[in-house]
Design a binder for this molecule. Structure first.
Ligand SMILES: [Zn+2]
Ligand SMILES: [Zn+2]
Length: 343
């Protein structure tokens, strides 16, 4: 079988997640043969889609819309009709709260939190990558506004912004949307990332994400952002978009940089769609815990966006070991995506 230059398998450790990844090119065809067998086809019109403009009455309550109070909205942030956590439970940090079993020592917390949906466009057939850089920027700024609202609550420790595109990536609605989950805990991947980035900082005196600019892994770059395949990518064609300036929190993003980021995300989504046959994908914003404000912690945490096309499944080996097998070397994936569209 044709492998990428007949390379031997290799183990690489990612300095951000502190996880080992096995690169095993013999399992794959050429990197350019890696296409989704289940492309997302969401252009069909869905009857009575509650996310479409004019169907607002079918949705859970609205939190805000852009522009405010405009019936011709471009973005709506609403409550999730089927939330993973409940906003109506007593806020554990509220002074009146006095529940006996809310004891971290017992590893039980009330399921308090916020689970919101961001409807990215009023039009059913439009996908995030179809929007202009300015329109994508408005989606980022809606995330920012909502994160700022959630950050005002002491009990919320972390906010995860994510997007599931395509049914096999977990999207239950084909209308383009993303989700925001605000948690009363710091999730395990975030703790592991912070620990790993702290170790790197203590050893080298530098933020590890500020250091990752490596030419053969870069896909595209703009003034303030860089898109690349990480050195120890967990998944084939996994892509990160990273600010080139040091910034701990996504919600520090300003309006001007949001447009630049929108342009780069649009380009990456277009390349992924063309090269990988419009695959289902997940997109995650990795930021820092909300109440991390001390200078030493802010020095080694750095937000970024991770985009993962769903091309391979997870099997027993991955579940058993927490170690992933990636059949495409990151430099090969980066080359395929860099050279597309002559950019
Ligand atoms: Zn719709
Ligand atoms: Zn940094």
């Amino acid at each position: 079988m044709a492998s990428s230059g007949g390379r031997n398998p290799e183990l690489r450790k990612d300095s951000v997640s502190n996880r080992w990844v096995i690169f095993s090119p013999a399992r794959a065809k050429r990197p350019s043969d890696f296409k989704s067998k289940t492309p997302t086809n969401s252009n069909h019109l869905q009857q009575k889609c509650p996310f479409c403009i004019g169907q607002e009455h079918q949705c859970a309550p609205e939190i805000f819309r852009v522009p405010p109070d405009d019936p011709n909205w471009t973005i709506r942030v609403i409550e999730n009709l089927y939330p993973a956590l409940s906003r109506s439970l007593c806020d554990p940090s509220a002074p009146s709260s006095d529940s006996g079993h809310r004891d971290i020592g017992n590893r039980v917390l009330d399921g308090f939190g916020f689970h919101d949906v961001v409807i990215e466009t009023p039009i059913h057939s439009v996908q995030l990558g179809d929007l202009s850089p300015e329109e994508i920027a408005r989606v980022f700024l809606a995330y920012r506004k909502r994160i700022e609202q959630l950050a005002s609550r002491d009990s919320i420790e972390y906010v995860q912004v994510f997007k599931n595109h395509g049914a096999s990536a977990g999207a239950s609605m084909s209308h383009s949307h993303s989700q925001i989950l605000a948690l009363p805990i710091i999730p395990p991947n975030v703790s592991a990332r912070l620990g790993s980035m702290k170790d790197y900082f203590e050893q080298k005196g530098k933020c590890c994400i500020c250091q990752i600019e490596s030419e053969d892994l870069v896909i595209n770059a703009s003034t303030n952002f860089i898109s690349l395949v990480p050195y120890a990518a967990t998944f084939p064609f996994e892509i990160w978009i990273v600010p080139r300036y040091h910034s701990a929190h996504f919600h520090e993003l300003d309006a001007e940089k949001a447009v630049e980021l929108g342009g780069l995300l649009k380009l990456i989504l277009r390349k992924m769609s063309l090269q990988l046959n419009n695959p289902p994908f997940n997109f995650m914003i990795h930021t820092s815990p909300l109440h991390c404000n001390n200078a030493s912690e802010l020095a080694y945490t750095h937000w970024f966006i991770q985009i993962v096309p769903q091309l391979t499944g997870i099997g027993g080996f991955e579940i058993g070991t927490g170690c992933y097998i990636n059949p495409v070397f990151p430099e090969d994936a980066a080359k395929v995506l860099r050279e597309l569209l002559g950019s």
